[in-house]
Design a protein around this ligand. Structure first.
Ligand SMILES: NC(=O)C1=CN([C@@H]2O[C@H](COP(=O)(O)OP(=O)(O)OC[C@H]3O[C@@H](n4cnc5c(N)ncnc54)[C@H](O)[C@@H]3O)[C@@H](O)[C@H]2O)C=CC1
Ligand SMILES: O=C(O)C(=O)Cc1ccc(O)cc1
Length: 279
């Protein structure tokens, strides 16, 4: 049991975890509704066993990772928690309040929420790679019902694949990721949605446009799920964002050069600091 890991959802994140754990000597079993990714992973020697149906899961895993889109995660947790009683169940979902509140309500004390702050705009196992989490922040959101020893075990596992683990309250997590990840995806998609596929705008879209819109090539299912799962936070953030634009618009209308200058100056200084601090 000590070296067995189950991955449910063998896409970009599940596949990258499977590859990283396999490299560290763990035996990985996997379940996915898409058989192609599992078969490829078995051929590559990344996954040892395919789990056809979650009803058949044995209580033999030290860790089970739920790596499906967030609105699917609770259903998977419900099934897994009826089978896995000894090992730790965790997830990688981009939102944490919904699943943690489900675990609290149902007293699933072996569930610890998680979220790697690493990824790409690509979808599926074929784009997964074993070093995705190396040096990346990885949030975990322990609950009062969790055993401290289990939280420690999860941290140690994540450290072995190179993650910088940060413990955080699940609700604060959703506010932070709303600001730095979820709202930017909505804005990025809005900029692209201002064009239409054949327009002359697309022809001339250059480096800057491609930089700010790279993430709009991400999975629509994943981002629709995240939007609904973090609805309350996002509704507030969208209002704040609209206020910023309205303020910019009114400064432009009234030829207020100084405030328009300050808008860009403030953004440059914050952005430059983010980049230099992360070096
Ligand atoms: N893509 C990214 O950059 C990041 C994603 N996440 C989170 O990771 C999770 C997975 O995302 P990705 O790996 O990017 O998506 P993905 O689309 O590459 O992989 C998801 C996999 O889950 C499978 N799946 C879907 N529903 C299922 C179900 N009910 N039962 C079993 N398998 C099911 C799909 O067939 C697919 O193989 C999401 O919750 C997302 O919020 C977290 C950090 C970064
Ligand atoms: O491609 C990118 O830069 C991302 O934004 C990756 C990402 C997507 C979702 C997450 O919850 C965390 C990271």
């Amino acid at each position: 049991m000590r070296n067995k890991i189950l991955v449910v959802g063998l896409g970009l994140i599940g596949g990258s975890l499977a590859k990283a754990f396999n490299k560290c000597g763990f035996e990985v079993h996997a379940h996915d509704i898409n058989q192609n990714s599992i078969e490829k992973a078995i051929k590559e020697g990344i996954v040892k066993e395919k789990i056809e149906d979650l009803e058949d899961v044995e209580d033999e895993y030290a860790f089970s990772f739920i790596c499906v889109p967030v609105l699917e995660s609770i259903g998977v947790l419900e099934k897994l928690s009826s089978k896995i009683k000894k090992g730790i169940i965790t997830d990688v979902g981009s939102t944490k309040a919904q699943i943690c509140e489900f675990a609290l309500k149902n007293r699933i004390s072996n569930f610890i929420g998680g979220h790697p702050m690493a990824g790409t705009e690509k979808i599926g196992y074929e784009y997964s790679f074993d070093t995705l989490f190396k040096g990346a922040y990885y949030f975990i959101t322990p609950l009062d019902i969790n055993e401290k020893a289990n939280v420690q075990k999860l941290k140690e596992l994540l450290n072995t694949i190179g993650c910088r683990v940060e413990e955080i309250d699940y609700s604060l997590h959703d506010t932070i990721t709303g600001v730095i990840s979820h709202l930017p995806h909505i804005v990025s998609a809005a900029l692209v949605n201002m064009l239409n596929e054949n327009s002359i705008f697309c022809k001339f879209a250059g480096g800057g446009f491609k930089d700010i819109t790279r993430i709009s090539s991400s999975s629509p299912k994943m981002w629709a799920d995240i939007s609904f799962s973090n609805k309350k936070v996002l509704l507030e953030l969208i209002d704040k964002y609209i206020d910023l634009l309205i303020n910019f618009k009114s400064n432009l209308e009234s030829d207020n050069y100084n405030d328009i200058y300050s808008y860009f100056e403030r953004a440059k200084s914050i952005r430059d600091k983010i980049v230099s601090d992360s070096k």
